[in-house]
Structure formats: structure tokens, C-alpha cells
Design a protein around this ligand. Structure first.
Ligand code: SAM
Length: 327
């Protein structure tokens, strides 16, 4: 699939639920309305759509949410998609908050998962409880131990939050080094209403300059097919990535589209245009018709997002939360 700007679309992110067991302050509001279960695609429908994408050239699938591991029977989807590895699909992976990884790490590995991204914004138990509004750091640490024991490669995703965790980057870099995990820092994006994002936003250009005073960072061409730009940290030997949608977007090399748990295909995280795949699925579309609907959507993939975070534009650039589109 080639989009109007010549970009080859080979990466699909699939949100399997909008629900989450945490309420991270930058991601969700304190009170959220979740979708009724009837609106969600079944796991079989999700598998079918993923199969259609693989048939059209998608080589990497990331299962996300909401929190993917709170979706009932989600392992059956991983097992079904795992069967496609080596048959068009190169990688099956997930993004998780890690609270349930202790239970899921080994079966995920058995299903064919080799790498996981785990979101962890702090190593301080009190700060963790405050950021997530309800989480226990110990659960995530147990999940990470299980992931390592199962032989999964781990990348930690840490959203940089002004005045919240900006004093903890050094500790996180050192800890990831000791654990054998890569680390990726992410700029907060203006997606969905939360209490106060203007205060939370911290440009990573600033963070990187500060980190260079303590760590020796060398840029590398390493790429996982995602938007991060990586450096090696000489002192730990691990990689440190920066995802900078605000200070430097990489839309020109975007290879991704996102499917929500209701079967809505967003061609850009930061734009509202979308295609409904649930209706053709439920109206009995053939494989060819489903593929045609996907191709038509790809032909509308926009050039990029228009994220802005400042005091003048206090409303989010995009109304839906990250948990809806899938992070
Ligand atoms: N529940 C899973 C998790 O915690 O990783 C998967 C979904 S979560 C929406 C995916 C990623 O998006 C997490 O790393 C989270 O920190 C990040 N995220 C959520 N809202 C964001 C925002 N407004 N800006 C930047 N990153 C955000």
C-alpha cells in the first residue's frame, strides 16, 4: 500500500479495547465514558481485519489500547495472529502498562511475541500512584521481571512531564541500563481533554540537551519501524529513543495506520479523517471488498498532524484520547 505521498504502509497498530486499569493524567480524564461492549469488534473480526492488512503488505502489528491485556481472551487473538508470523507478518508486538504482564509474559512469548513496549513514567511508587491515579508500581515491576524471564525484549516508554517526572530521567536511564531495557522518552501530545496539558508539556529538545551533560549520547541509525530516533548511552550500553511529535515530527517517514477497537481506521494519529471497517465487516463484505475499502482509506492518508500545545490553543488538537486511537 502506497499513500499519496509515496509512503509505504507496512505497520498497523490495533487498539483492542478503549478500557484501561489505569488513568494516567496526561492520557485520560479522571472520569471516562467507555464504549459499550457491543460497539467493539469481536476478536475474530479483529483477526480478520488484521489478516486483510497483512494481505495488503502490512508486516508489523502492534496490539494496543486502552490496555490490551484487560481485554477478555486477548491471548486467543495473539495466538491467531502469531500463526501469521513468517507468512507475510514479520513482527507481532504490544504496548502495555505492564500491570498484568506477570500473568501474560510467558503465553505472549509462546504466541510469537518477542518484544514488548511497557509504559512506565517513574520508578517512585508514590509518583507512580499519582500519575496513574490508581496503579501500583510493584505490579509493573513484577510484570517486567516476568517479561525478562520469558525472554521478551523490553522497551520502556516514559512520557516526559514537566514538574512531574522531569527529575527522574537520570534514574530511569541508569535503571534501564542495569535491567537490560531500552528506554524511549515521549513528548505529551494534545489528544483528548485532560485536566491540564499545557502545564505538563516538556519539549524533548530541552531534555536531550540536559541529558548530554551527564550521559554520552551517540546518534544511531537503529530503527524499529516506529517514530523514535535512537541514541546509544555509552555509560549503560543501552539505547535511548526520543519520540518528538511536537518539537520535530517525522510524518514524512510515517508508515503506520491505526485501527480502533470499533473498527475505525485512522490514517493519522493527529487527524480526524477515518474509514469505517466495521460496517463492511458486519454487512458480509468479501475479502476483495474489505481490501478495496482499506486501499481507498490509504489513498486519503494525510501528510501529517498539526499538533499544537500552548496557552492560546488550550483545547486538544484532536478530540479523541490516545486510548481511543491506540498508542
Ligand atoms: N495501556 C497501554 C500502555 O500504557 O502502554 C497502551 C496504550 S497507551 C495509550 C500507549 C502509550 O501512549 C503509553 O506509552 C502512554 O504513555 C502514551 N500516551 C497516552 N496519552 C498520551 C499523550 N497525550 N501524549 C503522549 N503519549 C501518550
Amino acid at each position: 500500500m502506497i499513500d499519496p505521498f509515496g509512503r509505504s504502509i507496512s505497520y498497523l497498530r490495533v487498539s483492542v479495547t478503549d478500557r484501561c486499569d489505569l488513568r494516567c493524567v496526561y492520557c485520560m480524564a479522571e472520569t471516562m465514558d467507555f464504549l459499550p461492549r457491543s460497539a467493539l469488534l469481536s476478536l475474530e473480526e479483529l483477526e480478520r481485519v488484521c489478516g486483510a492488512f497483512i494481505g495488503l503488505g502490512v508486516r508489523k502489528l502492534r496490539i494496543t489500547g486502552g490496555e490490551p491485556l484487560v481485554r477478555r481472551n486477548v491471548l486467543s487473538l495473539f495466538r491467531a495472529l502469531g500463526q501469521r508470523l513468517g507468512h507475510g507478518l514479520d513482527e507481532l508486538t504490544l504496548t502495555t502498562n505492564g500491570t498484568r504482564l506477570a500473568e501474560f509474559a510467558a503465553p505472549l512469548r509462546d504466541a510469537g511475541v518477542r518484544r514488548v513496549n511497557v509504559s512506565l513514567d517513574t520508578l517512585d511508587p508514590d509518583a507512580f500512584a499519582a500519575i496513574t491515579r490508581r496503579g501500583r508500581l510493584a505490579d509493573v515491576l513484577a510484570g517486567l521481571d516476568a517479561a525478562r524471564a520469558a525472554g521478551l525484549a523490553v522497551k520502556i516508554n516514559m512520557v516526559a512531564l514537566r514538574g512531574v517526572n522531569e527529575d527522574q530521567f537520570d534514574a530511569m536511564i541508569a535503571w534501564c541500563g542495569a535491567q537490560g531495557f531500552d528506554l524511549c522518552l515521549i513528548e505529551t501530545m494534545p489528544l483528548g481533554e485532560v485536566e491540564d496539558r499545557t502545564e505538563q508539556y516538556l519539549p524533548l529538545s530541552l531534555v536531550r540537551a540536559r541529558l548530554r551533560r551527564r550521559w554520552t549520547l551517540t546518534e544511531t541509525p537503529y530503527c524499529t519501524g516506529g517514530p523514535a530516533r535512537y541514541y546509544t548511552v555509552a555509560e549503560t550500553g543501552r539505547r535511548l529513543g526520543f519520540i518528538t511529535p511536537m518539537t520535530h515530527n517525522f510524518c514524512e517517514s510515517c508508515n503506520r495506520v491505526r485501527l480502533t477497537c470499533t473498527g475505525t481506521l485512522f490514517m493519522c494519529l493527529g487527524q480526524d479523517d477515518a474509514a469505517d471497517l466495521r460496517r463492511p465487516l458486519r454487512e458480509g463484505a468479501s475479502e476483495a471488498e474489505l481490501a478495496a475499502t482499506i486501499r481507498e482509506a490509504i489513498s486519503r492518508k494525510p501528510k501529517g498532524h498539526d499538533f499544537i500545545i500552548d496557552r492560546l490553543s488550550n483545547a486538544p488538537s484532536v478530540g479523541r484520547h490516545m486510548s481511543v486511537t491506540g498508542g
